[in-house]
Design a protein around this ligand. Structure first.
Ligand SMILES: CCCCCCCCCCCCC[C@@H](O)CC(=O)SCCNC(=O)CCNC(=O)[C@H](O)C(C)(C)COP(=O)(O)OP(=O)(O)OC[C@H]1O[C@@H](n2cnc3c(N)ncnc32)[C@H](O)[C@@H]1OP(=O)(O)O
Length: 361
């Protein structure tokens, strides 16, 4: 009796072999892997030579796993076999000459590099899925935290924008005259924003942001000393032009920093905004510290004169120790703070641009 062979189409991936046997309504399927790495197929069905029994065998080029997946449909039999090792094969069979009944399955066919890309895409999809799942699993309050941070940044952005726009408009209308009443026109909003900024020290402690606690502490404490102690408690300081420079430098960086954080909360990044956030501090930070130092220096004789916050001393040592001594020590701390935060911001900038470059390549 003549042995009939069905048409068989094949394709491969790094880890699998796919066979499509052109046999419709196949019955009594007998598919097995023999010891010599040969696939034996036998079944009854409708093939090229009508309803008949069909069979074929294929000795594979390299070892395959013994478990064979197959699925018989009305049109064909699909077989999936796992390779023993993830390896791209030059051909399917050990014998170099291709059997006549065998042809490439162009519906599934991929060359090696396309298959690699498919594999890579699958890997990436898997990694993304795992990271999203683990993030959701790890932190069920992620949405709430992001919502809180977004609102915080929005409020700060609006507050500092108000100060910045107010000062800019007044500068255009009044010119240098506007320097003298900056405090009276904007201090309430600045008080509000800087009190809120205390949250910037709390947020890293609660693990809400990746900011270092110490740089945030230096930043917030430094500004609040200037705002509440130097400007807030000395009326004589409030109409000095230095207030204008300090407030203008503070609000200039913040109208870029907070929107940058808002976008980070929703997973977005605008190149120009990111660049401004990580570059504007380079001129602004030293200028800010110089302006703040000017304010401290201008306040020293006022503290000496008014004896405000002076430290009472025993009668033999004199009346009291002026607060201006503490401020002179603070001046030294300011430049130490400038050094620490300048280095921190420099590292943040390098980290940001180095990791972005790596992502691009
Ligand atoms: C302990 C006692 C100390 C006593 C100190 C006495 C001396 C004080 C002297 C101080 C001198 C201060 C001078 C200063 O006032 C002058 C000026 O400000 S002039 C104007 C210019 N200023 C600036 O440019 C500074 C602006 N401020 C800052 O940049 C920050 O406050 C600072 C803490 C310095 C740095 O910020 P951070 O460490 O947070 O860096 P990043 O922005 O890169 O953020 C890191 C990651 O955390 C995410 N993040 C942070 N905050 C938020 C938020 N609110 N919402 C959402 N996400 C946030 C951010 O996205 C980063 O994430 P990723 O890494 O994933 O991108």
């Amino acid at each position: 009796m003549q042995i009939l062979t069905p048409h068989v189409y094949w394709a491969q991936r790094h880890g699998e072999i796919y066979l499509r046997v052109e046999l419709s309504d196949a019955k009594n399927l007998d598919i097995s892997l023999l010891e010599n790495n040969t696939l034996q197929f036998r079944a009854q069905g409708h093939g090229a030579k009508g309803d008949n029994e069909y069979e074929f065998s294929l000795e594979f080029l390299r070892p395959v796993r013994s478990e064979i997946n197959h699925r018989s449909t009305q049109r064909q039999v699909d077989i999936k076999i796992k390779k023993q090792e993830e390896h791209w094969w030059d051909r399917l069979t050990l014998q170099e000459k291709k059997p006549l009944f065998l042809a490439p399955d162009f519906d599934r066919w991929l060359d090696e590099s396309d298959a690699e890309m498919e594999l890579q895409a699958k890997e990436e999809e898997k990694i993304n899925r795992i990271s999203v799942e683990s993030r959701v699993r790890k932190d069920p309050y992620l949405g709430l935290k992001k919502g809180y941070l977004f609102m915080y940044n929005l409020v700060q952005f609006l507050g500092f924008s108000w100060v910045f726009v107010n000062m800019t408009v007044r500068l255009f209308i009044l010119g240098q005259d506007s320097f003298y009443d900056t405090f009276h026109t904007t201090a309430d909003m600045m008080y509000f924003c800087q009190m809120m900024a205390v949250l910037e020290v709390i947020n890293p402690l609660l693990g809400l942001v990746k900011t270092g606690f110490f740089p945030a502490m230096i930043q917030v404490t430094g500004r609040n000393v200037i705002l509440f102690v130097i400007f807030g408690s000395l009326e004589e300081m409030q109409n000095k032009p230095v207030v204008f420079f300090v407030f203008y430098l503070w609000s200039t960086i913040e109208i870029f920093r907070y929107p940058f954080y808002m976008l980070a909360c929703v997973g977005t990044d605008w190149k120009l905004l990111t660049w401004l956030r990580y570059s504007l501090w380079i001129p602004l930070y030293p200028l800010g510290v110089i302006a703040e130092a000017m304010a401290v220096i201008q306040s020293l004789p006022i503290f000496d004169e008014t004896r405000l916050f002076s430290f009472p001393l025993p009668a033999v040592l004199g009346q009291s120790l002026s607060f201006s001594y503490s401020l002179q020590l603070y001046l030294v701390l300011m430049f130490l703070g400038l050094f620490i935060n300048f280095r921190h911001l420099y590292k943040q900038r390098r980290r940001r641009y180095r990791s972005r470059k790596r992502k691009v390549h």
